[in-house]
Ligand binder design. Structure first.
Ligand SMILES: Cc1cc2nc3c(=O)[nH]c(=O)nc-3n(C[C@H](O)[C@H](O)[C@H](O)COP(=O)(O)OP(=O)(O)OC[C@H]3O[C@@H](n4cnc5c(N)ncnc54)[C@H](O)[C@@H]3O)c2cc1C
Length: 471
């Protein structure tokens, strides 16, 4: 029995493998990086060599929506995360102090997440996955094996080839090779149609530092986790063992702000933001880590609804990857992993039906989040570009009603406990934006409460002040 072969043992490849193994499938993960899973979360942070994942040491946050998927499909992972010291973080704690209605409501538990640094999250998923599925590390997959097509012009994948010449047969191959997956080239090599693909670079550069508490407890997050100033953004994330990260991100084309890659100017900018300065009151556990050139990429293994190949599907970043500005990649990948398990359960014996059902599931569950994320990143890029060029009030067409309602919700949620929860469902990836805004009366309530006002600017330096600080 060939079974299912998952290419890539990152968080989503491993989670998909574990979900499928729990359904009774025989699953093997092939991972190029050779190092075994370290013996403890601490060793994972200190020593795990994961050069196949460029962002391994950069900040990672798991949204409440991702935690709920783990609870439902892989509860041992949530348990392992907690055991590894991951923070239990209640996103309702971010409710602005002006909202005096603090009474708990039924279902508030869904707003809590469990989140750790990336090595800790991957450690938790890997220890669980390795008990359920075969994980072979140090195996470099180099291409696809094909059999008799089940439809004209649509190759059928029957396994993979590795760099040491092995041929590994599979009933289904799952590409989880991440944002640099070579799948399109492999498909071209077997004569398949090219997948539908869109790509853009939002053009952000990220500068991050991690801290641990000097006293007993980590400091509170007094603003939301993501705060936009006119020409820079602050992303502050809880992690495991009391550790937290502080990230400044800017436009990559903003040469005037490049000194933020130096620890002194970086810390001076954070210190000048009254709601964030206290997040420097810890012991730095890393230097400043920088990353840029991160593209948003959408890849669909179907053209006009027809699969480009059967016997293969893609999950996680290989399928769709986004900028980390909103920290959505893992939760999007977990949604797709859970959907993949459902599709495989129903369709494994019928390659064409499986490919079509996987495409349909992906379009329904992940694509809306991809589009929403890219839309927000584009809007942010335009704001920052306007700030750089000094054109801070460019003429913009009036937004469509759905967009206007979304913007109004952000404003109105700052003063209303119910609307704050609705917004937190979107931010926490618990419900899709369109679903929340379709709820009876919600858009009307948000529009009336916001009354055409924009979100007030957070306390912090203007661009002119930042430039003076960095001169
Ligand atoms: C800077 C940054 C910060 C981020 N922050 C967040 C965040 O806060 N929250 C969040 O949810 N997401 C975040 N993300 C996104 C998140 O990292 C990804 O969504 C997630 O890693 C996707 O997991 P994956 O398993 O699909 O791919 P990956 O984690 O990239 O794993 C792919 C695996 O495939 C292996 N591989 C590649 N080629 C081969 C081959 N030929 N043969 C065998 N194995 C191979 C690699 O070694 C690797 O282990 C961030 C991304 C970046 C870039």
């Amino acid at each position: 029995m060939p079974g299912i072969v998952v290419l890539g043992g990152g968080v989503i490849g491993l989670a998909t493998a574990a979900m499928l193994a729990r359904q009774g499938h025989d699953v093997t993960v092939l991972e190029r990086d050779p190092q075994p899973v370290p013996g403890s979360p601490d060793e994972a942070v200190q020593d795990w060599d994961r050069r196949g994942v460029a962002q391994f040491r950069l900040p990672h946050y798991l949204h409440p929506g991702g935690r709920l998927i783990l609870d439902e499909y892989l509860p041992e992972v949530t348990k392992a995360l907690t055991g590894a010291g991951a923070a239990s973080f209640d996103t309702l704690a971010l409710m602005p102090p002006v909202i005096t209605d603090r009474a708990p409501r039924e279902g508030d538990g869904k707003f809590v997440t469990v989140t750790g640094r990336r090595p800790v999250t991957e450690y938790a998923v890997a220890t669980v996955a390795e008990q359920a599925a075969g994980v072979r590390r140090g195996v470099h997959v180099t291409g696809l094996l094909t059999g008799t097509p089940v439809a004209p012009g649509v190759p059928d994948i029957t396994g993979v080839r590795t760099s040491d010449g092995q041929e590994i047969a599979a009933d289904l191959v799952i590409d989880a090779m991440g944002r640099r997956s070579p799948l399109p080239a492999w498909l071209a090599a077997i004569g398949a149609q090219s997948p539908e693909e869109e790509q853009e670079d939002s053009g952000f550069t990220y500068y991050t530092r991690y801290f641990r508490p000097v006293g007993a407890a980590p400091p509170p997050f007094r603003a939301g986790l993501l705060t936009h100033f006119d020409c820079f953004s602050l992303l502050t994330l809880p992690g495991d063992c009391g550790v937290w990260s502080v990230t400044i991100y800017i436009s990559s084309r903003d040469q005037a702000l490049k000194r933020l890659r130096e620890p002194g100017p970086w810390a001076a900018l954070v210190a000048s933001c009254p709601l964030h300065a206290h997040l420097l009151d810890g012991e730095p556990v890393t230097g400043l880590v920088a990353m840029s050139g991160i593209v948003d990429r959408y890849r669909r293994l179907a053209v006009d609804g027809t699969p480009v190949a059967t016997g293969i599907v893609a999950v996680g970043d290989s399928s769709m990857c986004t900028n980390p500005s909103l920290g959505r990649g893992i939760t999007m990948g977990l949604m797709q992993a859970a959907g993949t398990a459902g599709v495989v359960r129903e369709q494994l014996g019928d390659p064409m039906a499986l490919a079509r059902a996987h495409d349909k599931m992906t379009q329904a569950t992940v694509t809306p989040w991809y589009r929403h994320t890219v839309g927000l990143d584009r809007a942010r890029r335009d704001q920052v570009n306007a700030s750089i060029s000094g054109d801070t009030s460019p003429a913009r067409p009036a937004p469509a009603r759905a967009q206007a309602a979304g913007q109004a919700l952000q404003v109105a949620a700052m003063a209303d406990a119910g609307l704050f929860r609705a917004l937190s469902e979107i931010i926490g990836m618990l419900a899709a934006p369109a679903e929340v805004l379709r709820r009876p009366g919600l858009a009307e309530r948000a529009l009336a409460a916001a009354d055409g006002q924009a979100l007030p600017a957070p306390p912090g330096p203007s661009r002119a002040e930042v430039l003076r600080m960095l001169a």
